[in-house]
Design a protein around this ligand. Structure first.
Ligand code: NAD
Length: 330
């Protein structure tokens, strides 16, 4: 019998790559998504149930009918500046939505959860590469929502009501190797997506926010992880839990950082397009350097990334961007 997995937010960017990875490995998958930012075309395996985490009754019915062996929980709002401007929207969706999910799972005896956390829980880390044991000190409401959910999970785990793996993603980028899915949000905010869109002529220029950070070239340094390697981390995390593994938190990144200017240079090289770049002031709340210490996930889950290469990440995003059409919502 193959395991049954419920994926909230499976129609979104990262969720859809995980649905694909699970489907390819023979898992039964059901996606629960409101399509607030997701796309039905992105769900390549299993059925898509149109539903909101905030519709507790429907969520309960779906879990009760499907009886998954485990849940992978992506559904959330994800834009940091928007979370600063509209905090309640983020606390309601990301925290209340997750509480609804956890309550429904516990009522149905479903106790295995993979949670999409974020490097945003670290705020401005005291040392980099940042280990999982670093203090959680988020600097924006988005980061707080992720840290709050992690606290809830820790407390539930302590009384045996939930076994979870919390994956703290660093900067996720790229698209699937078959070119079928990728970042579909028109208003996406991540650097590699925006750079490849500028290269494709879908944006007139690319903004660089801050050139006076204490880094070698003055721009921020981030740890970019290919979305397919991240998908594999979810599959490994799920297998770990299904085999009886205890609750754990893992960073997901390569442990290597690139500056904004290095990413722009790589994108220009890979695409062959010299797109315009505009230099602007710093954005509030951007830490200068965010790089993962990823030794724990490598050692404990046997995670071996296959695409730890900036050019490769950029190339996959570029291939997708050239193909991507503007979505028609159903
Ligand atoms: N993209 C990144 O670099 C990054 C980094 C760290 C953490 N994360 C986390 O990964 C997860 C997925 O991010 P993504 O980039 O794929 O975002 P996304 O917006 O592409 O996907 C989120 C999905 O959740 C759905 N959704 C949102 N609220 C919902 C609700 N109330 N009910 C049902 N469905 C709902 C959306 O329709 C969408 O399909 C999020 O939890 C995010 O916080 C992402």
């Amino acid at each position: 019998m193959t395991a049954k997995v419920l994926v909230t937010g499976g129609a979104g960017y990262i969720g859809s790559h995980v649905v694909k990875a699970l489907g390819e490995k023979g898992y039964q998958v059901l996606t629960y998504d409101s399509l607030v930012t997701g796309n039905p075309w992105a769900v390549l395996y299993g059925d898509l149930v149109l539903g909101d985490l905030l519709d507790a009754k429907k969520l309960q019915e779906v879990i009760s009918d499907y009886r998954p062996d485990g849940v992978i929980h992506f559904a959330a709002h994800i834009v940091v500046p928007e979370s600063v401007a509209q905090p309640l929207k983020y606390y309601v969706n990301n925290v209340q939505g997750t509480l609804n999910l956890l309550s429904a799972m516990i009522k149905c005896g479903v106790t295995k959860l993979i949670f999409s956390s974020s490097a945003a829980v670290y705020g401005v880390p005291e040392r980099v590469p940042v280990p999982e044991a670093a203090p959680l000190q988020p600097i924006n409401p988005y980061g707080h929502t992720k840290a709050m959910v992690e606290q809830v999970l820790k407390d539930l785990s302590a009384v045996g009501e939930m076994d979870y793996v919390s994956l703290r993603y660093f900067n996720v980028a790229g698209a699937d190797r078959d070119g079928r899915i990728g970042e579909g949000k028109e208003d996406a905010t991540h650097l590699i997506t925006l750079a490849t869109r500028a290269a494709a002529g879908k944006r007139s220029y690319l903004s660089v926010f801050g050139t006076d950070y204490p880094t070698p070239d003055g721009t921020c340094i981030r740890d970019y992880i290919h979305v397919e390697d991240l998908a594999e981390a979810h599959v490994l995390g799920l297998e770990y839990l299904l085999q009886g593994g205890e609750s754990e938190v893992f960073n997901c990144g390569y442990g290597k950082g690139y500056s904004v200017l290095e990413v722009i240079e790589a994108t220009k090289q890979v695409t062959g397009v010299d797109f315009p770049v505009k230099y602007e002031g710093r954005r509030p709340g951007d830490p200068p350097v965010l790089v993962a210490d990823s030794q724990k996930i490598r050692a404990r889950l046997g995670w071996v990334p296959a695409s730890d290469d900036l050019d490769r990440i950029v190339y996959s995003a570029w291939r997708w961007e050239q193909k991507r059409k503007v979505d028609v919502k159903c």
